[in-house]
Design a protein around this ligand. Sequence first.
Ligand code: GDP
Length: 444
Amino acid sequence: MVLDDLGSSLRGTLDKLRGKSRISEEDVEEIVKEIQRSLLSADVDVSLVMELSDNIERRALEEEPPAGTPARDFVLRIVYEELVDLIGESTDLPLEEQTILLAGLQGSGKTTSAAKMAWWFSTKGLRPAVIQTDTFRPGAFEQAEQMSERAEVEFYGDPDGEDPVQIAREGLEATSDADVHIVDTAGRHALEDDLIAEIEQIEGVVEPDRSLLVLDAAIGQGAKDQAQQFDESIGIDGVVITKLDGTAKGGGALTAVDQTDSSIAFLGTGEEVQDVERFEPDGFISRLLGMGDLGQLAERVERAMAQTEDEEEDWDPEDMLQGSFTLNDMQKQMQAMNNMGPLDQVMDMIPGFGGGIKDQLPDDAMDVTQERMRTFEVIMDSMTDAEKEYPKAIGANQVKRIARGSGTDEQQVRELLEQFKMMERTIKQFQGMGSEKEMQRMMQ
Ligand code: GDP
C-alpha cells in the first residue's frame, strides 16, 4: 500500500508517546524525523516533505492540547490534518454524463484503468463506454476490448485504424448512447513531442470534462516532469495511481498531485477490473495511520454480499446462525471473503488490525491464508452435494477420491475438514448465545 512504511514507522513512534500527557521538544523532533525519513523513502518530493514536517513541528509545539487529551492523540490529530491538507480532496466526479480523457506513459496502467473506471461507473448505475485510441502499442486494442468485456461495458476501437484523432471522433459517435465516455490514449516510453501533439489533438476533438493522469505508484521523481508536461498541454484535473498492490511507495504520485494542483481520483490495486477504489482522503489517511477505515470496508462488504447474492440467490448468512452449518455455507462464506479483495487489504481496513495484529504476522501469512482458501475452493468443487451437506459422513475412501479429483493431496482434504469442524464449533457457540439471558450471562 502507498506509504505503508510511513504508516508502520509512524505508529511505532507514536506508540512511544502512549501514557504521556505532555510531549517534549525531543518527542516532536523524533516524530518529525520519522515522518521525513518515511516520506523521502516513499519518493515524496523534498520540498513537500519539508513543508509538511515544518507544519507538524510548529503546530505540535505551539498548539495547546485540549485538557485531558493524551499526547499521542494530539499529535496523531495534527499529523492526520496535515496529511489531509497535503493530499487534498478526492477529484470531483459527479455521477452524471461526462467524458474523461486518460493520459500517461506506456505501461502506467491507462488501458486497465479505463476499464476499471468504466466498471466503477457502471456500479453507480451509469452507462459507460471505453474508447481505445491507442494505435501505437501492439495489443492495446485487444486488451481494451477484453477488459471492457470483463467489465461488461460498451467498447469502441479500430484495430486497423491509424489515426487516433479519427478513432476518437468515430468512437464518440458510435457510443453516443453511453453516459460516461472514457477515452484511452497512447503512451510512449518517454515524453516525446509527437505524443504531446497527438494528445492535444485528441483533446481538441473529445473536449473532455476531465483529464486524468495515470501514474504507476512506483514512479519516483520522474512524476514531476510528466505531470508538468501533461498539465501544460491538456490540463490535468486528477490523478489515478495504479499498482498500489505492488509497492510501498507512491510518493511520486503525491508530487504529481501537488505539481498539477489537482487531486487523486482513483486507486488501482490489482489487475482485475474490480481492483479499483475511488480515492477517499479521510479513509486513506486513517488507514495509513492505522486507524482503520470503516467506510471503505462497509462498501466492500456490501459489494461482496451483493455479488454473492447474485451468485446464489437463496443463500442467507442468517441461516447459518439457525440451521445446521454445512460445507456449502463455508464455501459461500469464503466466496464472500474473496469478493471483498485480498485479505491483507481487507484487514488494513479493520480498526486495530492494520497496525497491530497484521504487522505482527510473518510477511507471507496473508498469502498463505489466501492460498489455503483457494485450495479449499478447489477441493470443495470436487465434492458431491451430499458430501457438502453431510461432511461428517466423508470417509477415507471419499477423501482419497476428492484429493484425486481436485489434484490436491489427502492431507489437504483432511485440513479442510478440520477447518470446517472448527468453524462449526464457533457457529454452535453463537447459536448457543441466542437467548438474551445467555448473552447477559456471558457478558458478566
Ligand atoms: P498502459 O500501457 O498505460 O495502457 O498500461 P496497461 O493498462 O496495459 O498496464 C500495464 C500493465 O500493468 C499490465 O500488465 C496491467 O495488467 C498492469 N496493471 C495495471 N494496473 C495495475 C494495478 O493496479 N495493479 C497491478 N498489479 N497491475 C496493474
